[in-house]
Design a protein around this ligand. Structure first.
Ligand code: 3HC
Length: 311
């Protein structure tokens, strides 16, 4: 038999209502949200690194200003998300400790290197494009603070996506060498972007319950398909080839068919053995250590002010 609280929770979910921090919720719902928000927040924070790598080498003042703003936005997204998780009773220190120890996950995509300037454009166009596709439905997530955080995040991601596409359009109108750089970046990142949506629905342990609870609104495979369908015409306008010989329009399905994603390579990366996992974590650990004195000074200052105020 359900408790009264449980029945009220279920009824709210069935009516597509919002769950707020003060509401009763099943422990498993809370845990799923903390897991997802934690991995999302860490993705934003680690996601600053591959592009941060190019700030000092951006080809013009305009591109540098855009890139700094974008990387700063990602840091901000991490902060909103850590705050959303705090409303579920999990502190930021605890989550960051999970990231730095390698226990907590973050998106697979940020474990690949950014080898040329076109990678920055392709991250905007495809990585942020995939992120938006996944995050728009999260604006309707059943947990209020997460859903509300996503509204602003999606607006900013939309700017990120467009700046990337625009940078690539300019390169494609440039020299042959620039066009080759763009194609090379697309070739290296395309399949990794498709894997961002997570494992196929049949192999996704959390999907059914996540959908049932209204945390996830659209499945991993459906989002991946929507992303591919949206991206094919954009690639055509840009003049790049998406590196998949099996990619073609299927009239009967009303969608593009596509080739096999290398899931073994994906899991290998998720488990910590991708090309840049160790470097990314080491960079975060160093940043955390280097910032220790700032945190300590801020705390000491706050304590002094508190002591003064209570005199
Ligand atoms: N990278 C790393 N791990 C992944 C992954 C990916 N691309 N896709 C799935 N996984 C992990 C899951 O976290 C889960 O592991 P866990 O049990 O240890 O938590 C496992 O693989 C099984 O996957 P499921 O499909 O069952 O898991 P979910 O139901 O949680 O779905 C998800 C996965 C679709 C990524 C979902 O968690 C989600 O929508 N998350 C929020 C969005 C997000 O995290 N985006 C991050 C990248 S975008 C970004 O950071 C913005 C950029 O601009 C910087």
């Amino acid at each position: 038999p359900q408790s009264e609280q449980e029945a009220a929770f279920e009824a709210r979910i069935d009516a597509d209502g919002r769950i707020e921090p003060q509401d009763w919720m099943p422990e498993a719902y809370r845990k799923t949200l903390v897991r997802q928000i934690s991995q999302h927040a860490h993705s934003e924070v680690v996601g600053m690194l591959p592009e941060g790598n190019w700030i000092s080498r951006a080809p013009s003042l305009k591109r540098k200003a855009i890139l700094i703003a974008k990387v700063q936005d990602e840091g901000g997204h991490g902060l909103y998300l850590y705050s959303a998780a705090e409303t579920l009773g999990t502190g930021r220190d605890e989550m960051i400790a999970g990231l730095l120890s390698g226990r907590a996950k973050y998106s697979s995509i940020f474990n690949y290197p950014t080898l040329n300037w076109a990678d920055v454009g392709v991250i905007g166009w495809l990585v942020d494009g995939a992120a938006i596709m996944n995050q728009i439905p999260l604006c309707r997530c059943s947990y209020g603070p997460y859903a509300r955080a996503m509204i602003r995040v999606c607006k900013e991601e939309s700017f990120h996506q467009r700046q990337g596409y625009e940078a690539l359009l300019v390169m494609m109108k440039g020299t042959e060498a620039q066009r080759r750089m763009v194609q090379d970046a697309v070739d290296r990142l395309w399949w990794k972007c498709l894997a961002m949506f997570g494992p196929p629905d049949a192999d996704s342990p959390h999907s059914a319950q996540g959908m049932r609870w209204g945390i996830k609104r659209v499945s991993n495979d459906e989002l991946r398909q929507k992303f591919i369908d949206a991206t094919v015409p954009q690639a055509k306008v840009l003049g790049v080839t998406l590196p998949d010989p099996d990619l073609k329009w299927n009239e009967a399905r009303g969608h593009h068919d596509y080739g096999q994603i290398d899931w073994q390579e994906f899991w290998n990366t998720v488990e910590g053995n991708g090309p840049c996992n160790k470097e990314r974590l080491a960079t975060r650990v160093k940043a955390h250590e280097d910032g220790r004195w700032v945190r300590e000074a801020a705390l000491a200052h706050a304590r002094k002010q508190q002591a003064r105020a209570s005199k």
